[in-house]
Design a protein around this ligand. Structure first.
Ligand code: PLP
Length: 397
């Protein structure tokens, strides 16, 4: 049996390879610190869990409309009005099986064979794979480290062709934690308007920002940009609900309805119980605010402490992230000092020798960097920083 060309072109997940190796070492009895995780280390709050239990007791265990239950869509409409000053109707909302499926269905809905999709690097690992699975061609633009890994309008203009269909903007970003300002988004947005390029704005880390800068959704800058943008968001990161698989997209009705058709054949609907849990996540405003404040406080404290330690390791260079829960240092110098041929090799040696698991930047389109997640306790972070520093010192020839 031969596999399809479509799946054969998929790259294996760089995060999973490291996790598998870390697990193997752990099973062998080693004390491994994993900084590879992409999910908050908080439990889903009780008020949300209780709503899910009640949904089961109330019998909400059947198929739902493909695009999500109307109550949740209305809660999402309200969220956009309150948080982003954006007005959508329920027909412009789809609830999906995680934000990941919103992205997948969106690319399926808009890409034709050979269409080019602009993906700034470093990028979240699944964008290029989703684009390829839809028959599109990822076109990479390098977000330079000196510009906090963000791309500029000039860089964007250089890669636009008559095949350009869309661009992906992820702010705050996984893996860099960097954020675009309103001015930067406006400049990029104007180029997109001029060339009729759809903007895919992945705002899943919107609630995890640790500076005074406001989060700006590109769609909120003007009516024209709103019409040109599909926003992706969800409760996975904001409410520590990664396993529940609830994400959503809002945007032009035509696109959202096409995504809903796709979902109706692919997933039928996101899990009914999880939808009621997500509904409570938004509707219980007091608890919602409380948990968000708590998460921000904890992550922000960890970032301050961990960033100082990581940025000061010899051979590391790193700007301070503004959001999400990752630090993304350039370790090129440390790798060279240790005599390793690549960051991937260096990461494997660090895991073998000091039992610290990081994700190499190659999977994010940034081969000189590594991603360290601080979604783990301060004790682990302090110990990890110590081990990494020792590894760099010991490996320096
Ligand atoms: C940038 C980004 N977008 C989307 C997702 C997918 O989120 P979900 O777990 O809701 O599918 C993730 C998850 O890691 C992410 O980091």
């Amino acid at each position: 049996m031969t596999l399809s060309k479509r799946v054969k072109q998929l790259s294996p997940s760089s995060t999973l390879a490291i996790s598998a190796k870390a697990k193997q070492l752990r099973d062998e009895g080693h004390d491994v610190i994993g900084l590879g995780v992409g999910e908050p280390d908080f439990n889903t709050p009780d008020y949300i869990n209780d709503a899910a239990k009640k949904a089961i007791d109330d019998g909400f265990t059947k198929y739902t409309p493909s695009g999500g239950i109307p109550e949740l869509k209305r809660a999402i409409v309200k969220k956009f009005k309150e948080d982003n000053d954006l007005s959508y109707t329920v027909n412009e909302v789809i609830v999906t099986t995680g934000a990941k499926y919103s992205l997948y269905a969106l690319f399926q809905a808009v890409i034709d064979e050979g269409d080019e999709i602009i993906i700034p690097t470093p990028y979240w690992v699944s964008y290029p794979e989703h684009v390829k699975l839809a028959g599109g061609k990822p076109v990479y633009v390098e977000g330079l480290e000196e510009n906090d890994f963000k791309i500029t309008k000039e860089q964007l203009e250089q890669v636009i062709t008559d095949k350009t269909k869309a661009i992906v903007i992820n702010s705050p970003s996984n893996p860099t934690g960097m954020m675009y300002s309103k001015e930067e988004l406006e400049a990029i947005g104007n180029v997109c308007l001029e060339h009729n390029i759809l903007i895919v704005s992945d705002e899943i880390y919107e609630k995890l920002i640790y500076t005074d800068e406001p989060h700006v959704s590109i769609a909120s800058i003007s009516d024209e940009l709103k019409k040109q943008t599909v926003i992706i968001n969800g409760v996975s990161k904001s409410h520590a609900m990664t396993g529940w698989r609830i994400g959503y997209a809002v945007g032009p009705e035509k696109i959202i309805q096409a995504m809903t058709n796709h979902a109706s054949h692919a997933t039928s609907n996101p899990t009914s119980i999880a939808q009621y849990a997500a509904l409570e996540a938004y509707e219980n405003e007091t608890e919602n605010k409380k948990m968000n404040a708590e998460m921000k406080k904890v992550f922000s404290e960890r970032l301050d402490i961990f960033y100082e330690k990581i940025a000061n390791i010899q051979g590391f260079s790193c700007n301070k992230p503004h959001g999400a829960f990752y630090i993304f240092p350039n370790v090129e110098e440390a790798v060279k000092m240790g005599g390793y041929n690549s960051v991937d090799e260096w990461v494997a040696a660090l895991l073998e020798e000091e039992k610290v698991a990081l994700v190499p930047g190659s999977g994010f389109g940034a081969p000189n960097n590594v991603r360290l997640s601080y979604a783990t306790s301060l004790d682990f972070l302090n110990e990890a920083a110590k081990r990494i520093e020792r590894f760099v010192k010991n490996s320096t020839k």
